[in-house]
Design a protein around this ligand. Structure first.
Ligand SMILES: *Cc1c(COP(=O)(O)O)cnc(C)c1O
Length: 477
């Protein structure tokens, strides 16, 4: 075994690359039937991205004075984002490793800006709609900022501005809205939240991680897109991921700040040690410039017209999928998606059985648990690789929805036992044994996953978090 993971003697290049290729054989494929994880603009774009990525691989973004190309790439990419999201003169930005890092930095900025400008803030807090991405909770947890949850309307899934107004107090350092939220593809009332932010002089981050690159193109092709960007005066920062609908390889998002003094609060500097003094714009220290090189290449390769055509295809397919779901008895769309992100729920049928039936027909979809106003649902992300499969998907949905059993509740005693494990109240629980019983093998979920999802959906979010930690720990041991 040890020779296998760390051989004594070198192995030939071809054998190594063949080994890598073999490892990837079971990975999710972008074959037109994957409706989660995949943001794929096609082979030509990917081939170019791969070459660009490799060509910048050795460049360290830690020090732009030593690697001027790192500075140039970042300035170009940030400038494209600023232009795209109608940022005013004086706005600035930073490349990050992904949406999560952009979100972490938006919260850090708000916390540290308040520290230096608002001494009355004792316990920094952010107003967070329940549809906001989990990374904001992660930021709250890492940075010691309190989350004040905000309800969404159960029909539109848009954040309640009235509740934001009533919960805003002297500790509020940040308002958050999504454009759109990942789960339902619904854009929060950004203009109204922006007015509140201006009136109360509070920072306001618009999480456009998933939509920021797409929505301006949707507007250009005539889709009705509400105000969501820097055109709304109260918006002080935005995040936009290039590694999603920018179609570049993983490892690149951008955070934009309306004013440079805000970005100063985002930066971190340290001269308090015996090595080199640092000034880091993001969480990471040494970092590869390769994702920037690849995104820089893809932006040029597609051009605005290329993106516009891809966005048109995705939007047309989204409308088709929504209309298709609307026409199937017993199924419904949660909210009204404003880009290619669709949440499908059932009226009474078992949603996880429906997901299993789709899996059996070769579709890869994302079963999602109930939380707040959002019911358990199946999430679909549309992209250029799956857009032309939507007719076939709807046809299979019609078949899969036939004779769907009503919601199946797992045995109460089992749920209670899992809840107890999840609350940390069971010593020596055999996680591996349980996973085996549920059909998890070599870290892969079984084809019939409905039972697993019903169990996780049936416990509290707190217990679910702990169970997921146990589960992941088991995969890496
Ligand atoms: C994907 C996403 C994030 C987090 O981005 P990662 O790149 O996965 O870290 C944040 N917000 C929204 C709305 C997202 O869709």
């Amino acid at each position: 075994m040890s020779d296998e993971v760390f051989p004594e003697e070198p192995i030939g290049d071809d054998a190594i690359l063949a080994g890598l290729a073999a490892l990837g054989r079971d990975d999710l494929e972008s074959n037109g039937k994957a409706f989660a994880f995949v943001y794929d603009a096609g082979k030509d774009v990917n081939d170019l991205a791969r070459r660009a990525f490799a060509s910048c691989m050795g460049t360290n973004g830690l020090d732009p004075t030593v690697y001027p190309s790192a500075r140039r790439l970042e300035n170009d990419i940030v400038a494209a984002c600023l232009l795209h999201l109608r940022a005013p003169q004086g706005a600035v930005g930073t490349a990050t490793a992904g949406g999560t890092e952009s979100v972490l930095l938006s919260v850090k900025t708000a916390r540290d800006y308040a520290r230096s400008t608002r001494p009355e803030v004792r316990e920094p807090a952010m107003l967070l709609p329940e549809t906001a991405h989990a990374s904001f909770h992660k930021a709250a947890h890492y940075l010691g900022v309190r989350v004040v949850p905000i309800d969404v309307d159960p029909h539109t899934m848009r954040a309640s501005v009235a509740q934001m107004r009533s919960k805003l107090d002297e500790n509020t350092v940040l308002l958050v809205g999504s454009a759109p939220g990942y789960a339902h593809g619904v854009i929060d009332p950004i203009a109204e939240i922006g007015e509140l932010a201006e009136e109360k002089s509070v920072l306001f981050h618009v999480d456009a991680c998933i939509g920021g690159w797409v929505l301006p193109f949707q507007r250009e092709i005539g889709v009705d897109v509400p105000p969501f960007d820097f055109d709304v005066p109260g918006v002080t920062s935005m995040s936009v991921d290039l590694h999603k609908y920018g179609f570049s390889p993983k490892g690149l998002s951008v955070i934009l700040q309306r004013r440079r003094e805000l970005r100063d609060a985002q930066y971190y500097a340290c001269a308090d040690w015996s090595g080199y003094s640092i000034v880091n714009p993001t969480m990471l220290g040494s970092k590869s410039v390769a994702p920037m090189g690849a995104a820089w290449a893809v932006i040029r390769r597609l051009g605005r017209s290329g993106y516009r055509e891809l966005v048109r295809r995705i939007w047309q397919s989204t409308e088709k999928l929504v209309a298709g779901i609307d026409s199937i008895d017993g199924l419904r769309v949660v909210g009204r998606p404003q880009m290619g992100l669709v949440a499908l729920a059932t009226d009474t049928g078992d949603i996880f059985e429906l997901a299993d039936r789709l899996t059996a027909k070769g579709w890869h979809v994302q079963p999602t648990y109930a939380f707040g106003r959002s019911p358990a649902h199946i999430h679909f992300s549309l992209d250029p690789s799956n857009a032309s499969s939507v007719d076939a998907l709807v046809a299979d949905l019609i078949l899969a929805a036939r004779d769907l059993p009503e919601t199946i509740e797992p045995p109460r005693a089992v749920l209670q036992m899992l809840e107890a494990v999840g609350q940390g109240g069971v010593d020596g629980f055999d996680t591996g044994g349980m996973m085996g019983e549920l059909g998890v093998k070599d870290g892969r979920l079984p084809e019939n996953q409905a039972l697993i999802h019903r169990l996780l959906n049936g416990v509290s979010p707190k217990a679910r978090e702990r169970l997921l930690v146990l589960f992941l720990g088991e995969l890496f041991s």
